[in-house]
Design a binder for this molecule. Sequence first.
Ligand code: HSE
Length: 407
Amino acid sequence: MDIAIMGYGVVGSGVALLLQKNYESIVARSMQSSLNLKYILDLLDFPGDPFESLIIHDFETILRDENIGIVVETMGGLNPAYDFVRRCLLAGKSVVTSNKELVATKGYDLLCVAKEHNVNFLFEASVGGGIPIIRPLTQCLAANEITEVAGILNGTTNFILTRMIENAMPFDHALRLAQNNGYAETDPTADIDGHDACRKICILAALSFGQHVYPEQVRTQGIAALTTDDVEAAGDFGYAVKLLGRAKRLPNGRISCSVAPTLVPRESMLANVRDVYNAILVRGNAIDDVIFYGRGAGKLPTASAVVADIIDCAKHTTRRRFFGWEAGGTHFVADADDDAVNMFVRAIADDTDQARQQLVGLFPTMEEKKTASGSLCFMTGVATPRLVKQALASIDGLQVTQMLRVL
Ligand code: HSE
């Protein structure tokens, strides 16, 4: 069987390398007589690269070649990835992708096209890099009603936060390190602003709760506004700051879905997920809690998940994998700001004593820690973020510099 890769960046080149490195065992597991990487589509040439001779620039070459049974999409972004993937599926080719944006925004649509043409559309690498999560969630945990899925879903931001917490490293320096290691997206604002984690929680939510969840339905906050002072103050309360994606089933049947920097108790497993590692907690009504942990980004870890999907496609040329992923709706996702949590707040007041008195009136169970700078730093007690924002806004002369959820 012949294979094509579209996009020769960090992940695409990792796929080519891994296919070559473990060729014998991969072919044996695919139950094919051979798996031949025939084309690599990219805008650039790669002079001197070991796969230079496979580089092509015209997508139609892949589309027209009837021997290409599996196409790997590692271009990223929506355009032209969506159009290319759709046309490959329409042409009867299975597609494997690592593209979170594509799956989070067009997953349902592409699964329908794949179904109509009896081919597979697989995306294990789209969440958690090398961590097996899509198959375990949809197959091994299929006997459960999933009530919540939550985790550290972005390696770049976890790497940056770890450096800020452990080394008091400035944000920019830590970001450069993450980029040099190939963890960050081409445009790292997708990592920093939480959009990458948002796309991943959308995919996990759709698979867990059965309906498409669109990124614009998810309240998303990134880490760009976090300072080393915030991280240190959270540490004084006994917490580590982690960028968490969360989706949970509400008693009314809707789901609450969010991405936000969150204070996590320092002794918890999630707080101890460091550097580029990701961890995903799945809560089911039979299994209770199960946690998946591993490298959430990087060339070979992500390629590992892509190549596993290639093997799956090669093994199942006449059968399709079923995900139970239906169309989304406007009322399916509730606003996470209405979900009550404890909140961590840092603020500066014109008159600190007066502001403190008002705060105690508004948040009777609040817990305050003294800061060297004299700024206010406290936990509100459980309330909805919406009400906390309204209450804080009602205090004259109070400037809120940080407000974070507490797990
Ligand atoms: N930029 C992503 C991350 C890559 O840092 O997690 C893996 O999806």
